[in-house]
Design a protein around this ligand. Structure first.
Ligand code: IMP
Length: 476
């Protein structure tokens, strides 16, 4: 089936992640942005990060939706009311787009989105929040404190931020909730004015705009952020991000009902998955050792390459190295699962786009996925399978052994998830799949594992990504 068949009769499509985030949403947001007239984000803030290629140059955006690179083609980009927005970061990203010669005329920022201010960032970076102290290991961008203020009914919304008197009065009421900080209201208000005046041109009632777009028959793409398993509603609480990044939260965050979504797509890394930050991860290679190691600083990509004696070109953000380096392949074949995890991280380049942190690696967990499919819907896009080409046997988890016997039911609590032993099925490795474009041409063991995954989760694999480029995609 081609993309036209998949999109036939579709007005609203959504792309959300069915795991712990970082599943390669960027490629598919870009893919579907070409089709859409309107691209909207509804949750999170600059804790997200996606890499896009603009005029041959790689850039990382944290707030702007992937569709912004098509802005000059008349597409509208919406930052919805469910988001938390750091005005400084948004302004920097707008400059980045303008630098490329593109426009930002069609950007709309919800008047009801909450605003991240300096005291949120300071609070988020405080020591007790850090992963090495047993915390969630947030991205340190002020996301948690800003959402806390929102839920506690003392948050500051974009339209309030624009007015200096309202802003000053709102901060004076919030101040006492940050007793460890010296909050200088006048300074914050003054320093924020240039951003307020710049953003004021883009601030709208985006809920009303969205309803108009729907009435006019415009094609809409909802771009999810983070991942289902770190959703505050559905994830492994308290090791979660403070927004609901499920399909429902994403739709709420742009002011529409999830019933309006005709094509709900959930992204799934396969046959391995990743997590950044602290929290349980039953299939993690290297278990608690890997969790601790990835939570310490000093294991970013360049450091990990140096530590393992692998040559690279760089330094900087876009380090190049041979992902088939004999040392990496040897690590992946290791009996020691921690070492195997490091090898897989290097082979697949699994380092955070926002923080540069090493991502924790484990086999795809079909138990957790079945839970995600139950909420986000059955249609799945598999990503990253090409990164495991020529790497040997692989595994998928189809059940947990628990102290009370086997189960195939996911539960979100830490004690449970840390007590289970994953029951994995082992499949034969597969060769290069980068050039495959028909599902039936995929290697037998991969097709068999996908069939098992569909049967177990009740989902359907609609697309398989076999490389970073847009055309390296199989549509089933
Ligand atoms: P926060 O969203 O910065 O509050 O971080 C809370 C948790 O969510 C931490 O474990 C982060 O590593 C994780 N997290 C936040 N954003 C992302 C993302 O975009 N991808 C993956 N993990 C994320």
């Amino acid at each position: 089936m081609g993309i036209d068949n998949l999109l036939d009769g579709v007005q609203v499509a959504s792309i959300v992640c069915n795991q712990w985030g970082d599943t390669g949403k960027g490629k598919f947001s870009d893919y579907f942005s070409e089709w859409a007239d309107v691209i909207a984000r509804g949750t999170g803030g600059n804790n997200a990060g996606h890499t896009v290629v603009v005029n041959g140059e790689k850039r990382v955006f944290h707030l702007l939706p992937a569709g912004i690179v098509y802005d000059s083609d008349g597409k509208s980009n919406i930052l919805g009311k469910g988001m938390v927005i750091d005005p400084k970061v948004l302004s920097q990203e707008m400059d980045e787009i303008l630098d490329t010669g593109k426009t930002i005329n069609n950007l709309m920022v919800s008047r009801d989105a909450h605003v991240i201010l300096d005291y949120h960032i300071k609070q988020d970076k405080a020591r007790y929040e850090s992963q090495s102290n047993g915390g969630v290991g947030s991205t340190g961008r002020g996301i948690g404190p800003c959402y806390s203020d929102k839920i506690s009914r003392r948050g500051i919304r974009m339209f309030e931020f624009l007015d200096k008197d309202i802003l000053a009065s709102k901060i004076s009421k919030v101040k006492d909730f940050y007793p460890n900080q010296k909050i200088d209201i006048e300074k914050i208000v003054e320093e924020s004015r240039p951003f307020a005046s710049r953003l004021s041109h883009f601030v709208r009632n985006t809920d009303a705009e969205m309803q108009n777009f729907l009435r006019e028959g415009k094609k809409v793409l909802l771009e999810g952020a983070q991942g289902f398993l770190i959703s505050v509603e559905h994830g492994t609480y308290p090791y979660v991000t403070p927004s609901d990044c499920s399909i429902n939260g994403t739709a709420n965050g742009v002011g529409i009902s999830s019933r309006r979504i005709d094509l709900p797509l959930g992204i799934v890394k396969f046959p391995f998955m990743t997590r950044v930050g602290g929290g349980p991860f039953p299939t993690e290679l290297g278990g608690i050792k890997s969790e601790k190691y990835c939570g310490e600083s000093g294991h970013e990509l360049q450091k990990e390459l140096e530590a393992n004696g692998i040559n690279f070109m760089g330094p900087g953000e876009w380090i190049k190295y041979d992902s088939f380096h004999p040392r990496i392949l040897k690590m992946i074949k290791s009996e020691d699962s921690f070492v195997r995890g490091v090898g897989m991280r290097l082979a697949a380049g699994e380092y955070g786009a926002t923080t540069g942190r090493p991502r924790r690696i484990g086999w795809t967990d079909a138990v957790a996925l079945k839970y995600a499919v139950g909420i986000n819907g059955p249609l799945m896009i598999l990503t990253k399978a090409d990164c495991y080409s020529d790497k040997g046997d692989f595994e998928v988890c189809y059940g947990y052994d628990t102290p009370n016997g086997p189960t195939s039911e996911f539960r979100t609590d830490e004690d449970f998830l840390r007590s289970v032993k994953p029951q994995n099925k082992v499949y034969e490795g597969y060769g290069n799949i980068g050039d495959v474009r028909n599902f039936n041409d995929l290697p037998k063991s991969l097709r068999e594992s996908i069939g098992d995954l569909e049967k177990f989760t009740g989902g359907n694999v609609a697309m398989v990504s076999v490389g970073a480029e847009r055309d390296a995609t199989i549509i089933r």
